[in-house]
Design a protein around this ligand. Structure first.
Ligand SMILES: O=c1ccn([C@@H]2O[C@H](COP(=O)(O)O)[C@@H](O)[C@H]2O)c(=O)[nH]1
Length: 314
């Protein structure tokens, strides 16, 4: 199952870090951009090659030290077909390197449409009687706003194709409080969603004791993270918000269980664009090395905080 593979990689690498692949063209080293713009002009095809070169180098630098990457589809989709082609190439390359690939797609619709999303992103699509994989990443993020019948459509691929999903429960952005913290029947909306997710989680439990149905829980709300940990004990958390959004290791440790497992922590900008940090004096052509150093620092920061609490799996 997806979750067993993920937990095995976490244990092997002693790392709970997910590198977020959110390429922003304007932050990609200039020499890389010029190489492709000179060859192919100011075209989307040139952008595809820039995104590919940049993402490949990041993966080459981090694949041995992290269990997973999270490509954010929006940063590829904004460049149309060529951007999506770069997304697919990056996802496949990361998979070849043995990484778990979590497509941050945040999809969800009425049942039949959700099924099409699931087919395209974690399952396969029927073409003239044959099933063909379009993106086929290991797991995706899912928006639960349309309710249970939306989530149900992803379950078939989770159970039969051994894939996973992370359902948005409490997001890291400031205005997540606007809807997610509203109360209904004495509960916050995010608690209601957490109960839904916990129920689905029981249908996809792996040998490791955790489920392939996970939850997105923002690191920027540590108290809520702790509460959600108790509501969803078997659910793996994908936790964004560390680093650029301000959350620290002491915040995110509350998302872990006593066994030292239960959460993977994402950081995107702070890792992939670490070479731009003024105080670290990296050269542009060292952007990959800078990313590796940032991922190692983040791993050690989280591990030392887990160790202090006795929440260690090794
Ligand atoms: O609640 C959420 C859900 C998803 N995200 C995504 O994670 C990364 C965070 O990037 P940073 O550069 O580390 O801030 C990005 O892709 C978001 O879309 C989130 O931040 N919060």
């Amino acid at each position: 199952m997806f979750i067993d593979r993920l937990v095995q990689q976490i244990k092997e690498k002693k790392s709970n870090v997910v590198v977020g692949l959110d390429p922003r063209l304007e932050l990609i080293p200039r020499f890389l951009q010029e190489r492709h713009f000179q060859q192919q002009g100011k075209t989307l095809k040139a952008v595809e090659e820039i995104l590919w070169d940049f993402g490949k180098e990041i993966i080459d630098q981090v694949w041995e030290i992290v269990p997973a990457v999270k490509p954010q589809i929006a940063f590829y989709e904004q460049y149309g077909i060529e951007g999506m082609s770069a997304y697919r190439r990056i996802c496949r390359y990361a998979e070849q390197k043995g990484l778990s690939v979590i497509g941050d797609i945040k999809r969800g619709d009425i049942g039949t449409t959700s099924k099409a999303y699931s087919n395209g992103h974690i399952g396969s699509t029927l073409v003239e009687g044959e099933r063909i994989e379009a993106f086929a990443v290991d797991a995706v993020t899912v928006n639960p706003y349309l309710g249970d019948d939306c989530l149900k459509e992803f379950m078939e691929d989770i159970q039969e194709a051994n894939k996973g999903m992370f359902v948005l429960v409490k997001t890291s952005n400031p205005s997540s409080i606007q809807l997610q913290d509203l109360e209904t029947g004495g509960k916050k909306i995010y608690e209601v969603v957490a109960e839904m997710v916990a129920a689905w989680s029981h249908q996809a439990l792996g040998k490791c004791g955790y489920s392939s149905v996970g939850a997105v829980v923002g690191a920027t709300y540590p108290e809520q993270g702790e509460r959600l940990r108790t509501l969803m004990p078997k659910t793996y958390f994908l936790v964004p918000g560390y680093g650029a959004q301000g959350a620290k290791a002491e915040d995110i440790v509350r998302c872990f269980n006593e066994d030292g497992l239960g959460a993977i922590i994402n950081s995107s900008r702070d890792i992939i664009f670490a070479y731009t940090k003024k105080d670290q004096h990296w050269r542009e052509d060292q952007y990959g090395e800078a990313a590796r150093t940032a991922a190692l620092r983040m791993r050690d920061d989280i591990n030392s905080h887990l160790l202090q609490l006795g929440k260690c799996y090794w």
